[in-house]
Design a protein around this ligand. Structure first.
Ligand code: NAD
Length: 280
């Protein structure tokens, strides 16, 4: 594997492009506009700038950024061996994207989604290569976290899963496999906890500080509300909505306060305000 495409240059896509380039791969990073691409490049430069002085990079930061080519055209993915899609957590957006990627990429390229909750089986069905579609769910922040969840859709072949495992290994990530069920393993368990923390906040059980401090007292490295702010409240809401709808179980009902914050565009760290404040 030599060339990887990453679609979406947001929180996750920038991190995925960074770890692929750090591992020595050539990367084509695609987003809808130059503003989004510049934001992604700035995030990569900032992260590399933190890692380089600590001696945590196997090659100079300038060489890593030099391996990342940006583009707004899907046609630039024509020669990549593997694509990781990290666009919005919206099944309509992702289904359309997979059809587009299928047309743009060479026939043997693997199309992976970094989705947190959307059915891989459904995304695979939007392509003419359903055996080559897989879930590759990275953890945030990608350059720091050591694990990746691999999701096998109904149609995913053994060969695709093997190549995806190889890529995870190359990136220095430990792979954990999950079946294709809403939220997979990580968010199936994490999101109900975050949601419950938001319900507790809205019911006045404790302040945001008290809720997070108490959970850190249970040895979680971060409180659930700070973690929601890191993930992005829009992403948390989207994941809960998928789980609520696809399981048809009211236990996944998103907390109304979470919905209200997303309406206010209080999205967490990326917008400067969520359950906590993040002055620039
Ligand atoms: P984000 O909002 O930070 O970034 C999404 C990016 O995708 C934006 O830059 C947007 O312009 C771009 N985009 C949207 N539609 C596109 C299209 N059609 N073509 C190209 N680019 C497009 O979101 P994020 O937090 O990076 O999440 C991306 C994906 O990763 C989602 O599926 C999410 O569920 C998943 N994920 C997020 C986290 C997290 O902690 N935020 C963790 C694991 C997985």
């Amino acid at each position: 594997m030599q060339q990887v495409g990453v679609v979406g240059a947001g929180t996750m896509g920038a991190g995925i492009a960074q770890v692929c380039a750090t591992a020595g791969l050539q990367v084509v990073l695609v987003d809808v506009g130059s503003e989004q691409l510049q934001r992604g490049q700035a995030a990569i430069a900032e992260s590399l700038g933190r890692l380089e002085p600590k001696g945590k990079l196997p090659r100079p930061a300038a060489e890593i950024t030099g391996r990342i080519r940006t583009s707004t055209a899907m046609a630039d993915l024509a020669n990549v061996d593997f694509v990781v899609e990290a666009a919005f957590e919206d099944s309509v957006v992702k289904t359309a994207l997979f059809a587009t990627l299928d047309a743009a990429c060479k026939p043997d390229a693997i199309l992976a989604s970094n989705t947190s909750s959307i059915s891989i089986t459904r995304l695979a069905a939007a392509t003419k290569r359903p055996d080559k579609v897989v879930g590759m769910h990275f953890m945030n922040p990608v350059p720091v976290m050591g694990y990746v969840e691999l999701i096998r859709g109904l149609q995913t072949s053994d060969a695709t899963l093997t190549r995806t495992r190889e890529l995870a290994k190359m990136l220095g990530k430990t792979a954990v496999e999950s079946t294709d069920t809403p939220g997979f393993i990580a968010n199936r368990i994490l999101m109900p906890m975050i949601n419950e923390a938001v319900f507790a906040l809205s019911e006045g059980v404790g302040t945001a500080d008290a809720i997070d401090t108490m959970m850190k007292g249970l040895n979680f490295p971060m409180g659930p509300l700070a973690l929601a702010d890191l993930i992005g409240l829009d992403v948390c809401l989207a994941v809960l909505e998928v789980m609520h709808r696809d399981f048809g179980d009211p236990k996944y009902r998103p907390a109304p306060l979470l919905r209200q914050y997303v309406r206010a565009r209080w999205l967490g760290r990326k917008s400067g305000r969520g359950f906590f404040g993040y002055p620039k």
